[in-house]
Design a protein around this ligand. Structure first.
Ligand code: ZN
Length: 493
């Protein structure tokens, strides 16, 4: 661990490059299915195999999705953009080049608002978003011949990606996490991608450098690749920060290079010296005309965007009277936001709906998260209408808060409606003053010492009496009524 004085001395500067696989039906330049998980090399054709003479045809659906991503992140969309060849050799790239966008991307200058855990917000500027095709995948394990050789699966070759490049606006691993969370929410909301990290739909490279606080000039950066979970992004950034600070403190220079994050060892290792753009010999793709996105296409796409997380947050705060932090948590995924909103509408109590969803519901859902810490909200064990009914039972005084938690636990397990549980188990709250007064008389009769204490002016003993009466009524008495009646009975003695 880096010493606190060094942490105070050096600031980390982070920019992220996020590759997002778009959920089109076909690949970017051919009609092969864009689908994860099929047997190797079954979704391929002459175009995505890179056979000589095969010609790419740009998918309109892919451009529309890319357009949605740009508009949802406040980017400027350029009417004319150009595809370029990025030349390099790799065994998973049969053509020997990747079709990407270089000096004329379709969109630039965006902005994403990221909310940090401490309630502050960071505005992250986007340098650009460009479209490109994905490469295939090398298979190093899981086959009988894996010890002797590797295989190549070209199903992913030619899948449509957007690369979202941020400016170096992030200053901590936590901010990077907040930014990725916000970006992912936007991409999922706008139906651009499922952002499934386990399937590689969202991949991230981090550019990390350090500089002394208070200075302007950027330090030499390293680029860390192979970050396939938010957790790994944070860990790799922390590792790089410490490594670079130690280098600088020891009087060495940080070398500009590409490094690989190894999750099993939690460290980064040098992969190659950083390539420059000219190493790729970019030139305009001769097989594709410039892409023209008409203002009509752009505006039509803008109109088709759903309410995005930022808008939903503001509306939840405004309409349901919940704090901004609650609104942030509730809008991270569309499914949770929709669930909350149905509960809030059904019970007419936004604050209670938010409390229940954020505590009880989220705690139960957490138990279902996968190895990447992601929870699938595809199926809920209870309907939002049931939770709304439970909140109405509390608000009408039919059950108290403690009973409600028990009922909730049963609902969650069985899916049964709360009213049915309350009626069958006889859990209705006792608001009948006669029954409560009877219990109070019994408690007072058997507690001469405590009564004497109360009479000496130690009025804080009221709580003890309330507790005893609650016990006698099996925890079902209305605590407010008990409190009032206990005070009245003690004062009358
Ligand atoms: Zn194909």
């Amino acid at each position: 661990m880096l010493h606190e004085t060094l942490r105070k001395k050096y600031e980390m500067v982070i920019g992220l490059e996020v590759h997002c696989q778009m959920k089109t039906r076909t690949k970017l330049f051919c009609s092969c299915p864009n689908r994860f998980g099929d047997p190797p090399n079954t979704n391929v054709c002459p175009v995505c195999l890179g056979l000589p003479g095969a010609l790419p045809v740009l998918s309109r659906e892919a451009v529309t999705l890319a357009l949605r991503a740009a508009l949802a992140t406040n980017c400027t969309v350029h009417e004319t953009s150009v595809f370029a060849r990025k030349n390099y050799f790799y065994p998973d790239l049969p053509k020997g080049y990747q079709i990407s966008q270089y000096d004329r991307p379709y969109s630039t200058d965006g902005r994403v608002e990221a909310l940090n855990a401490d309630g502050t917000a960071t505005t992250v500027r986007l340098e650009r978003i460009h479209m490109e095709e994905d490469a295939g995948k090398l298979l190093h394990e899981g086959f009988p011949w894996s010890k002797e050789m590797s295989g190549v699966d070209l199903n992913r070759s030619g899948s449509p990606l957007i690369e979202i490049v941020s400016k170096p606006d992030l200053r901590s691993a936590q901010e990077a996490h907040a930014y990725l969370t916000a970006l992912k929410a936007i991409l999922v909301y706008s139906d651009v991608s499922d952002c499934n990290m386990e399937e590689g739909s969202l991949r991230c490279d981090a550019n990390v450098s350090v500089r002394e606080r208070g200075t302007e000039a950027l330090g030499t950066r390293s680029e860390v690749k192979n970050l396939n979970s938010f957790r790994n992004v944070m860990r790799a950034i922390e590792y790089e920060y410490e490594r670079q600070v130690n280098l600088v403190e020891a009087g060495h220079k940080v070398v500009q290079e590409t490094r690989l994050y190894r999750a099993d060892k939690d460290e980064t290792a040098s992969m190659r010296s950083k390539e420059e753009a000219h190493d790729y010999r970019y030139f305009p793709e001769p097989d594709l005309p410039p892409l023209v996105i008409s203002p009509e296409w752009r505006e039509e796409t803008r109109k088709s965007l759903p309410e995005l997380p930022a808008g939903k947050r503001a509306r939840f705060v405004d309409h349901y009277g919940i704090p901004p932090y609650d609104a942030e948590v509730l809008t991270l995924t569309r499914e949770v936001a929709d669930f909350f909103e149905e509960v809030a509408k059904g019970c007419g109590n936004g604050k209670a709906a938010s409390n229940w969803v954020m505590t009880e519901v989220m705690r139960e859902m957490k138990g279902r998260e996968n190895a990447e810490g992601e929870v699938s909200f595809a199926d809920w064990p209870i309907a939002p209408a049931s939770l709304a009914e439970l909140i109405r039972l509390i608000d009408s005084g039919a059950i108290n808060g403690k009973t409600a938690k028990d009922v909730f636990a049963r609902m969650w397990r069985s899916g049964e409606a709360p009213k049915a549980i309350v009626e069958r188990e006889g859990l209705s709250q006792v608001s009948d003053t006669e029954a409560i007064e009877g219990a109070i008389r019994e408690v007072i009769a058997g507690s001469a010492d405590q009564v004497a204490t109360y009479k000496k002016g130690r009025t804080n003993t009221v709580g003890w009496f309330v507790g005893q009466v609650m016990k006698k009524t099996g925890g079902r008495a209305n605590p407010k009524i008990v409190n009032d009646l206990v005070k009245a009975a003690l004062d009358a003695i």
